[in-house]
Design a protein around this ligand. Structure first.
Ligand SMILES: *[C@@H]1O[C@H](CO)[C@@H](O)[C@H](O)[C@H]1NC(C)=O
Ligand SMILES: *[C@@H]1O[C@H](CO)[C@@H](O)[C@H](O)[C@H]1NC(C)=O
Ligand SMILES: *[C@@H]1O[C@H](CO)[C@@H](O)[C@H](O)[C@H]1NC(C)=O
Ligand SMILES: *[C@@H]1O[C@H](CO)[C@@H](O)[C@H](O)[C@H]1NC(C)=O
Ligand SMILES: *[C@@H]1O[C@H](CO)[C@@H](O)[C@H](O)[C@H]1NC(C)=O
Length: 386
């Protein structure tokens, strides 16, 4: 037994040495055995059947029904892609691409009790997770988090508390805004101990890279202002026509992965969402470029920088109700015609690309070459500044 353990440790050690010290010319862009590929989607955005089978309204049913103007095309997801009825087709699409799946939305009655700010929801959520994993655990269901990095990562992967800079900024702006204390709640020492280190892996949703410049706090409480920065749009980069915030910067992805390793060490990272919105075309060339070049830079992060990435999930399986962008923004690998009552699904070129990547486990050379053309970095070109 002891010998086995020793050998196992050596093998692990050797494996680790191989990843991470390679030079760019030697990379073969082939993913290791055991690397996971997935495609994600979320219930509200595709299911429809919003009031069927005893389902109560969620916070998103509430805003889409009662707050016209909040969603760009004033749409709802009452019917969406009818996946509640057509789920077998969606599962088949996933199988065809050789991919595994999965997101959620808060029931309105829990929101009325304070939602995520009420500790009670922890109990409810644990029960929900238990039911979900009991029924679907064998299907590799992956919960995902939206991450503005340090806010969530520092308590869990760092010292158990919010970042010092965040505590200071929110306190300073709260004072300037006339609050008697900081708007950011404080963790007690017990809570810090409880939260610190509670992870299985680092779940990262990533879409784009922004530039920021320092900014003074605003008179009104604001999430952006609390960060002490103003975001500048990197207008010189290609962007989605239908999600104007989505600028293509594969190098930004690699830098972010390196940063996570620098801050939190050799933690396993699973990319739980990454994707690009087209305008409805079946030959979704821009989406393929995006996915291929982002995967290329992720691969470099793994094999040159030694970042421990264990899986990649593309958003999303089929076109869906994209929150405030309604049905205008098409992230699907499959096209859905939302004006056809049958909601037919048609594979886009990107679905064939994903099928090729999951079956060969290799990034097609075309995208490796393309990634180099995005090269350089996220600073504006000189000409653009004049
Ligand atoms: C690709 O490179 C990795 C790392 O050097 C190596 O383990 C793997 O066997 C190579 N795969 C192929 C198909 O050449
Ligand atoms: C919808 O949301 C608003 C704002 O949070 C809340 O006041 C209202 O009670 C909700 N409506 C329903 C029907 O739950
Ligand atoms: C959505 O509803 C708002 C409020 O009624 C209206 O001002 C706006 O023109 C509508 N937009 C569309 C695209 O129908
Ligand atoms: C979307 O963007 C691409 C690339 O920037 C452009 O070629 C295309 O014409 C745009 N399509 C629409 C519908 O605006
Ligand atoms: C979508 O479906 C509607 C209704 O069946 C049909 O008129 C329209 O041509 C379809 N659009 C596309 C792009 O297939």
């Amino acid at each position: 037994m002891a010998m086995c353990a020793l050998i196992a440790i050596l093998v692990l050690f050797l494996n680790r040495r191989v990843l991470g010290d390679q030079s760019e010319e030697n990379l073969n862009y082939t993913f290791p055995e055991g690397f996971m590929f997935g495609a994600a989607t979320s219930a509200y955005q595709i299911e429809g059947a919003w009031n069927v089978d005893g389902k109560g309204p969620s916070v998103w049913d509430n805003v889409s029904h009662n707050f016209p103007g909040y969603i760009i095309d004033n749409s709802t997801a009452d019917e969406a892609a009818l996946s509640y009825y057509l789920y077998k087709e969606d599962t088949k699409a996933l199988k065809d691409m050789g991919i595994t799946l999965f997101h959620w939305d808060t029931p309105q009655y829990l929101q009325d009790l304070g939602g995520w700010a009420n500790e009670f929801i922890v109990k409810v959520f644990v029960e929900y997770a238990r039911v979900v994993f009991k029924n679907f655990g064998d299907r590799r269901l992956m919960p995902t988090h939206d991450v503005k990095l340090g806010w969530f990562a520092e308590p869990i992967f760092g010292n158990g508390d919010f970042p010092e800079v965040m505590k200071k900024r929110v306190k300073d702006s709260s004072t300037k805004q006339g609050f008697p204390w900081s708007r950011l709640p404080e963790f007690s020492p017990e809570e810090r101990q409880l939260v610190k280190g509670t992870y299985d892996y680092f779940a990262l949703n990533h879409y784009t890279t922004n530039l920021v410049t320092p900014a003074q706090p605003k008179p009104q409480p604001s999430f952006l202002s609390d960060q002490g920065v103003q975001e500048l749009l990197p207008w010189w980069l290609p962007a989605s026509n239908t999600s104007k915030w989505l600028f293509v910067s594969p190098q930004g992805f690699r830098r972010l992965l390196r940063l996570i390793k620098q801050r939190y060490g050799d933690v396993q990272i699973c990319i739980t969402e990454n994707g690009f919105a087209d305008s409805g075309e079946l030959e979704d060339e821009m989406k393929m470029t995006y996915i291929g070049t982002y995967m290329t830079e992720m691969y470099k992060a793994m094999y040159i920088d030694g970042v421990n990435v264990i899986g990649y999930t593309v958003w999303s399986v089929i076109d869906n109700m994209e929150w405030r962008a309604g049905y205008t923004s098409k992230f699907g690998l499959y096209h859905v015609n939302f004006t056809d009552p049958a909601r037919p699904r048609i594979p886009k070129a990107s679905s064939y690309m994903m099928k090729e990547i999951t079956s060969t486990r290799k990034i097609p050379q075309k995208y490796v070459d393309l990634a180099a053309t995005f090269s350089l970095d996220i600073r504006p070109k000189k000409n653009d500044l004049s």
